[in-house]
Design a protein around this ligand. Sequence first.
Ligand SMILES: [Zn+2]
Length: 293
Amino acid sequence: MQNQIKKDRIPFRWLNGSTIAVLICCGYWHGQAEDAKPTPAAPAVVPAVAPATAPTAAPVPAPVPAVAPPAAPATAPTAPPAAAPASEVKDVSLTADQALQRLIAGNARYVAGSATHPDQTPQRRAELAKGQAPFAIVLTCSDSRVAPELFLDQGLGDLFVIRNAGNILDDHVIGSMEYAVEHLHVPLVLVVGHEKCGAVSAAVAGGEAPGHIRSVVEALEPAVEQVKNLPGDKVDNAVRANAQRGAEILTHVEPFLKEAISHAKLVVVAARYDLATGRLEILKEATPSLSKH
Ligand SMILES: [Zn+2]
């Protein structure tokens, strides 16, 4: 990747080059209606984007009804099944604050057991085949119990998700974020740690980790060190510190993230996910441009 972050700018151990990051957004630079070039974040220049005060991100396709269409009767259909409508991409771009509120509202539905599972219809799927315009980037753990589209009650095309054990940062993660910010104009990054994270627990426990797990543990050690003398649950303290630390680091990463933040086009927020309740707790806004919520 051409835009590797400069190691001398980020003095943390997650930049030591070894990673087991699990990018699940493989091939994300394909099929973009607005970006056909297969080189994410390649241009060194700042693209022409929205005014600073109101981030008018790339057009977000209009939401479709969350309720799936009723199945046609098996016999004697009175009309042929409706074909997927032609894509009508409407500009409903969100500000960072609106994006965060949408995520908070979705999590509230999930916690209450009233998730609507939006944007999962065949029609929506067909629309998104023409291009994506997610409204939030979510970095979280690979833990099978921490699935962003589920606990935030969002659908296809809504979230640009990056996951690895311990929701750690490395060049691959940051490069993915840069792509989403520069090419998809996503206005919000949410860094989510979670209760009882196994990766963080391993880092708190210390000792030698086998194989490439070692690189994950080492990347988490600064967060563990940061809170080692605090009272309370050491793992949970480190989970919170790791998410907040990650969000804070992102605000300083050049060139794209720092620049987008400086122009009020991007906000970074840290959060913690509670396994038992499903609740998302906002920990810290690493950037100051959001209104209180
Ligand atoms: Zn975890």
